[in-house]
Ligand binder design. Structure first.
Ligand SMILES: Cc1ncc(COP(=O)(O)O)c(C=O)c1O
Length: 549
């Protein structure tokens, strides 16, 4: 029993376990493709035949996704239709530029794919095309935020890679950077939610001694924070800071904030200092699309979002930008937005090359799915599930940051509730097949040893979990925390290194943890899988891997 945390892989695979089988499968493929050239046949063979090693890892990952409780607030299970588009021939095409203006020929279909995606993106958020445009090429959330900050583009950049082999680090040093600096000049100021208070790295995080995000290297970032009593955004303090710091951009968005953001108030503050408002709705874009929480669009100049979180699309990002009139001069003349071209230029050629057309195709599918009554129903359930999770945790004596949740996530202060840190709890949860992440909570002094755990409901809701199921999730969480507290009390568990080791190595694994893992895994496996059918899985038996200490 003790060893089950380290058991080697359960026998994988009707297919991948035997190379003899894959050989015969290969010849099967040749027969199926008779008439094609042998080179063509080889290139048309399926993954299990070509690369059983990778296939095995993918099957193992399917097993993990099926057998575990995915509570990572930024994750979701995208649909099979989205995965179909992701794995399509759209990946083959180079299409630098934009629809109708490409640097390569042969883009007649790709142009249609991108236009379809743009149309669906604007439809999903009910945006008037006279007032809003969208760039769907941005590769992910962090580059999207950087692209918004960068004005115009980067005509040429020399990159020199410096290898610091001793420290095992690789640094990119930009030797020469010519920036026509969309919204900001280099060194312009950004006001954004502090990372330890729920913000995101890409909003310009820096420590007292180190500029961490590239955004903080090129721009001057200043944080606003939560009121430590209410644990909600301190808008009065934000206003005071804005009046002193005079930012050119205020970021309204977060990675670990469970309350609604008062976009109207932020707009008012921004207007007092003439700043742009960038709403980064990465976490909540699915909820906004379904209109189950208030939208940021009426109050923002630019809206960025990742597409793989609550929106349930492929891994990517979108940048929405305003068009039309921004305001009036003192004389009453109209001031027009001029950011469309700058944002598009910042994405390409400024900071990217060819767009990932398979992702854009897959995003079109996800947006079509987001425009359905089922999606609205799903998002309502995400909220209900999260509210229940939060209530149950509080009933069990946990301090939930800000006293509850209005969205898809809860932040639990395990340090104040149970005198344990987030790192140890995250580790025990992971070993119990519950995926979550440690997170800073207001009042933490160390980001490396935070006191919280962040959990979200989008992924499990996609698998059909309802409120009562989340009550059970809360019970599993509580059991894991109790195990963590117990193990921390042992001699070996005092230090985090020892704690990690004792939880990874067979004989010392706690029997309660082994039991918890089994129950969680059975429970999770009883729900439908998303993106693949269970009876297609090659991995058989219980999901078990070696955990690294
Ligand atoms: C609010 C917010 N913005 C941006 C990002 C960055 O997204 P990506 O990981 O795709 O760069 C995240 C990621 O978690 C996020 O939470």
């Amino acid at each position: 029993m003790m060893n089950s945390m380290r058991t080697t892989l359960a026998p994988l695979a009707r297919r991948a376990a035997s190379s003899a089988h894959s050989t015969s499968a290969k010849s099967g493929a040749t027969i199926r493709l008779s008439g094609s050239s042998s080179a063509g046949a080889a290139l048309n063979s399926r993954l299990p035949d070509v690369d059983p090693d990778l296939c095995r890892l993918i099957e193992q990952e399917k097993a993990r996704q099926r057998s575990s409780l995915v509570l990572i607030a930024s994750e979701n299970f995208t649909s099979r239709a989205v995965l179909d588009a992701l794995g399509s021939v759209l990946s083959n095409k180079y299409s630098e530029g934009y629809p109708g203006a490409r640097y390569y020929g042969g883009n007649e279909n790709i142009d249609q794919v991108e236009l379809l995606c743009q149309r669906r993106a604007l439809d999903t958020f009910e945006l008037d095309t006279e007032e809003w445009g969208v760039n769907v090429q941005s590769l992910s959330g962090s580059p999207a935020n950087f692209q918004v900050s960068f004005r115009g583009g980067v005509p040429w950049i020399f990159l020199s890679w410096q290898h610091n082999i001793g420290a095992g680090l690789t640094r990119i040093v930009m030797i020469c950077l010519q920036v026509y600096t969309a919204l900001l000049e280099t060194h312009d100021r950004i006001l954004s939610l502090d990372l330890p208070h729920g913000g995101h790295l890409s909003h310009g995080f820096q420590t007292p001694t180190k500029k961490i995000s590239a955004v903080s290297r090129y721009f001057e970032s200043m944080p606003y924070r939560l009121n430590e009593e209410t644990e909600t955004i301190d808008y009065d303090e934000m206003e005071r800071s804005a009046l002193l710091f005079r930012p050119k951009l205020i970021v309204a968005g977060a990675s670990a904030y469970s309350r609604l953001i008062d976009y109207k108030r932020i707009r008012e503050i921004a207007d007092k200092v003439g700043a742009f408002v960038l709403a980064d709705m990465a976490h909540i874009s699915g909820l906004v699309a379904a209109k189950v929480i208030p939208s940021c669009f009426p109050y923002a100049d630019v809206v960025t979002t990742t597409t793989h979180k609550s929106l349930r699309g492929p891994r990517g990002a979108m940048i929405f930008y305003r068009k039309g009139q921004r305001g009036v001069t003192k004389k009453g003349d109209p001031i027009m937005y001029d950011i469309e071209e700058k944002i598009n230029f910042a994405v390409f050629p400024g900071l990217q090359g060819g767009p990932h057309n398979h992702t854009i195709g897959a995003l079109s599918v996800a947006l079509k799915q987001a425009n359905t009554p089922e999606f609205v129903q799903y998002q309502k359930q995400v909220l209900k599930n999260c509210a229940r999770l939060s209530d149950e945790l509080q009933r069990m004596g946990y301090d939930v940051v800000s006293g509850g949740t209005d969205n898809h996530l809860v932040l639990v202060n395990v340090k104040s509730s149970k005198a344990i840190d987030g790192a140890r709890v995250e580790r025990i949860l992971e070993l119990a097949c519950i995926a979550s992440n440690k997170n800073t909570v207001p009042g933490d002094t160390s980001a490396l040893n935070p006191g919280g755990i962040r959990m979200g409901t989008p992924a499990l809701t996609s698998r059909g979990f309802g409120e009562d199921d989340f009550a059970r999730v809360a019970e599993y969480f509580d059991r894991a925390v109790k195990i963590a507290v117990k193990l921390k009390g042992t001699e070996q568990g005092k230090k985090i290194k020892g704690f990690r080791e004792m939880c990874a190595v067979g004989p010392s694994v706690d029997p309660e943890l082994v039991q918890l893992r089994k129950e969680v895994s059975d429970f999770a496996s009883s729900f439908p899988t998303v993106g693949f059918e269970e009876d297609e899985m090659e991995y058989e038996g219980e999901y078990n891997v070696d955990f690294v200490a």
